[in-house]
Design a protein around this ligand. Structure first.
Ligand code: UDP
Ligand code: MG
Length: 316
């Protein structure tokens, strides 16, 4: 059992990819919020291969005495990898994950910390709405969570993101998961533990724009689906069975039509359409299997999820 005392230590993991413009304001706000919670707090900035002034901003903050540990990854590995690095390097009694772009309001941290002190193992901020997102993205999100949650025992809550406070036990559980394809929202749900959900209003970025393009989101969605659902694989057995039944019925019908009514058999359009349709279905199903095989290949290669190039900073 970890220590849920007023002086328990708190690490704040901030994954950052070219967020230099947002960091000073974020540091100032965190400095205003965290000391009220515990004297033993520390920021853990994971620089995910930034090419802007992120390093200089971090070094300046360290020189100014901010309890900040600056860890630079050897290149851009992606947000899930940066979060994985943060969780592996954090060693406090509880660990807060939050975006470095100002979209996660520090005001909520006190509530999350209270939830943890009351005994929650995970305090998770849930976005109150998706009003700022376009209809296509919202529809895609619904479809994604529909597919993932249709076939897994672990329900992944749709509007709960990476803004959460984790107890040490949860952090250890996440660190013990060996997979390379890391869909964090799924992993939080998979490890379980007592989770409390707190609604929050997502804020606009203080500067810059989102790093997730539609393609990036689609890739993340594929990682999520393949890591948490076998539904896309199983669809093909069902579809194959259904097609076989239809084909059998159609075959019988042709026989009956020919023998009973003596109709001739002009079949080539049916043949061509059938051939093209089923070739398409087969290629599609091979492609889906390929997605899974590709992930298996990633796992067996056993490459690390991230590499650290630099690790400096002040103690808590
Ligand atoms: N991020 C990262 N590596 C990446 C992309 C993003 O560490 O390859 C960080 C980014 O700096 C930010 C957080 O992940 O702190 C969320 O990213 P972003 O704001 O671009 O995503 P969105 O808010 O649109 O989900
Ligand atoms: Mg953002």
């Amino acid at each position: 059992m970890s220590r849920r005392l007023p002086n328990a230590s708190l690490d704040v993991v901030l994954p950052a990819f070219n967020e230099a413009a947002n960091l000073p304001a974020l540091f100032a706000r965190l400095r205003g919020v965290l000391p009220a919670l515990t004297p033993h707090w520390r920021l853990l900035l994971i620089d995910d291969g930034s090419s802007d002034d992120t390093a200089a901003v971090a070094q300046a903050a360290i020189a100014a005495g901010l309890p900040l540990r600056y860890v630079k990854l050897s290149r851009n590995f992606g947000k899930e990898a940066a979060l994985t690095a943060g969780l592996a390097l954090a060693d406090a009694d509880c660990v807060l994950l939050m975006d470095a772009d100002g979209q996660h309001a520090p005001d909520l941290i006190a509530q999350m910390h209270q939830a943890w002190m009351r005994g929650a193992d995970m305090a998770c901020a849930v976005r109150a709405h998706r009003d700022e997102e376009g209809p296509l993205k919202r529809w895609g999100t619904r479809l994604f969570y529909g597919v993932v949650n249709a076939s897994t025992r672990t329900r992944i809550p749709p509007d709960a993101g990476d803004f959460r406070l984790l107890d040490r036990r949860v952090v250890q559980a996440l660190n013990a998961l060996p997979e390379r394809n890391r869909f964090m929202k799924g992993l939080y749900a998979w490890v379980g533990f007592r989770t409390e959900f707190l609604p929050y209003e997502p804020l606009p970025r203080t500067s810059g724009r989102s790093h997730f393009s539609s393609r990036g989101l689609l890739r993340l969605a594929f990682t999520g689906v393949t890591a948490f659902s076998n539904l896309p694989l199983r669809i093909w057995s069902a579809l194959g069975g259904a097609i076989a039944v239809v084909a059998l019925a159609y075959g019988l019908w042709i026989v009956v039509e020919h023998l009973l009514y003596g109709h001739p058999l002009p079949g080539w359009p049916t043949l061509v359409v059938g051939l093209m349709f089923f070739s398409g279905v087969q290629l599609l199903s091979i492609g889906i299997i390929g997605e899974y095989v590709g992930r298996i290949f990633d796992e067996v290669k056993q490459r690390p999820v991230y590499l650290v190039a630099q690790d400096t900073g002040n103690p808590a």
